[in-house]
Design a protein around this ligand. Structure first.
Ligand SMILES: CC(C)(COP(=O)(O)OP(=O)(O)OC[C@H]1O[C@@H](n2cnc3c(N)ncnc32)[C@H](O)[C@@H]1OP(=O)(O)O)[C@@H](O)C(=O)NCCC(=O)NCCS
Length: 178
């Protein structure tokens, strides 16, 4: 897995405990990127919460946390998948369990984009999903996230739903008006 990309200057590997502080930094950048907010620091309580969440994923057999590591620049990206199980709901059908791979927390440092790091991460996330018999991959990205839309579309993802949000006051206003 690792050797294949060494000639391109990076390796993909499973995350370990020492990677977690830097990965929390990536998650903070991802949150700012999605919200469009100016840079600011994470609250200490939030940093600790993210550390705990990532830490618990390391040993979970249903989750895979990956990092992309550059030979010269250290960690330059991360990716995550977990296996989500759901049961068949119809009386007539046999007890079937459906499995999906949920992809989340994908970040590639800006100066390392366009080098195939997302594709390399995804190759290993897909292998993990396949090993767990998940035949479907699911992910979410913000409608405003143009590069995510471009990349995921190229990689075969199609929009299957819309998540909508509104201020409570706006909905109240709409109800009053109608
Ligand atoms: C989206 C993101 C992960 C892509 O990572 P990357 O390592 O640059 O992607 P890759 O180089 O592996 O490219 C994968 C494919 O997507 C395409 N692609 C990537 N970024 C693109 C962009 N900005 N515009 C158009 N196509 C793009 C590539 O052309 C490539 O397809 P190809 O091989 O057929 O040419 C990266 O831009 C990023 O971290 N963005 C900020 C965080 C984010 O949006 N995360 C996803 C939230 S769900």
């Amino acid at each position: 897995m690792a050797g294949k990309h060494r000639k391109r200057g990076f390796v993909i590997r499973e995350a370990c405990e020492e990677d977690l502080p830097e990965m929390v930094g990536f998650l903070a950048k991802l949150a700012l990127h999605v919200s469009g907010a100016p840079p600011h620091d994470l609250k200490e309580s939030e940093r600790k919460r993210l550390m705990r969440t990532l830490h618990s994923s390391l040993d979970d057999p249903n989750k895979l946390l990956l990092v992309a590591e550059s030979e010269h620049a250290g960690l330059v990206g991360m990716g995550y998948v977990y296996i989500w199980r759901s049961q068949g709901i119809w009386e007539q059908s046999e007890s079937t369990e459906f499995k999906s791979g949920v992809i989340d927390d994908i970040w590639v440092e800006p100066e390392f984009r366009g080098l195939g790091i997302l594709k390399a991460l995804l190759r290993d996330l897909v292998t993990f999903a396949e090993q767990h018999h998940a035949s479907e991959l699911i992910l979410e990205y913000a409608a405003s996230n143009k590069e995510a839309k471009a990349a995921w579309t190229k990689l075969g993802f199609k929009t299957t739903g819309v998540r909508a949000a509104a201020f409570t006051s706006v909905v109240k206003q709409a109800l009053t008006a109608s």
